[in-house]
Ligand binder design. Structure first.
Ligand SMILES: [Zn+2]
Length: 277
């Protein structure tokens, strides 16, 4: 049997690297991040936001990337990012995803645990892994500095992982989604404690905008999955802009796809290399 995502992440931690999880948006971005993984002989996680899943439809999206995934020369996982809807999470479990993140962080603690537990039970029957989140990872539209008091304590983290049975754990550590307007204040003490006291691999959300030394410190402390979404979106448009600058208004859709592919692959290669310590 092929290794599941949890096993691959545990091995990554031992081997001192983190597996990048890129939020793909179409076939070209999926092909680009997989190609980067193949060049660097690194496993790749293709994450899909719920918006992307709804746009394509779960079965169509899984089908669109299935051949890329199956013929890849490195392990590639299809992972659902930040799903707050039980029905959609279950639909992805049934449609070919390898791993599901259920984000119950907006619910009160007990409800977060109960809902996460429900999706864990459902997904485990089919051999999938589940990622759960505790605490709040703020978004680009909200204040960027996360108050340390809002971050979970190590005891809350341990309780949550045990009560839910999640395979992969995403505690809020002070990172944010989107772009940082100021210095991110990461609670490295919490990161260290989670890494030492919780055997489930832990995930860093909001990777875009962290500098190289911060990435490396997180990987050194044991982060084995780092999410990159915003940087892919920027690379997508950079590719399109570069094409337009060089070619004016030449109408050649396949060429613009290639420009997008190259920009996204370059972005992916940078993160793969940075996530090694
Ligand atoms: Zn996230």
């Amino acid at each position: 049997m092929e290794k599941n995502l949890q096993t691959v992440l545990i091995e990554a931690k031992k081997d001192h690297f983190a597996v990048p999880a890129f939020n793909i948006v179409d076939y070209t971005s999926a092909a680009a991040v997989i190609s980067a993984g193949e060049d660097e002989k690194t496993p790749i996680i293709m994450q899909t936001s719920t918006g992307t899943v709804k746009w394509y439809g779960a079965k169509h999206l899984a089908g669109m990337v299935a051949e890329l995934k199956n013929s890849a020369k490195v392990p590639v996982f299809l992972h659902l990012d930040h799903c707050t809807e039980m029905d959609l999470a279950k639909e992805c479990v049934d449609s070919g995803w390898d791993s599901i993140m259920f984000d119950g962080s907006k619910f009160p603690y007990e409800e977060n645990v109960a809902k996460t537990r429900e999706i864990v039970d459902y997904a485990h029957k089919k051999g999938l892994t589940v990622e759960g989140e505790l605490g709040t990872i703020v978004g680009v539209e909200e204040e960027i500095q996360v108050d340390k008091a809002k971050l979970p304590s190590i005891d809350e983290c341990i309780d949550f992982v045990e009560a839910t049975g999640v395979d992969i754990f995403a505690p809020a550590i002070g990172t944010a989604h989107g772009l940082y307007s100021g210095e991110p204040k990461i609670d490295f003490d919490l990161v260290k404690e989670v890494s030492e006291k919780i055997k489930q691999p832990f995930v860093v959300h909001g990777g875009t905008g962290l500098d190289e030394s911060t990435f490396k410190e997180l990987v050194q402390l044991g982060a084995s999955k780092i999410n990159i979404s915003t940087a892919l979106k920027y690379a997508y448009y950079e590719g399109l802009d570069d094409y337009t600058k060089e070619n004016g208004d030449k109408i050649a859709p396949v060429e613009t796809e290639k420009a997008k592919y190259n920009a996204i692959k370059k972005m992916a290669l940078y993160h793969i290399e940075t996530f090694r310590v």
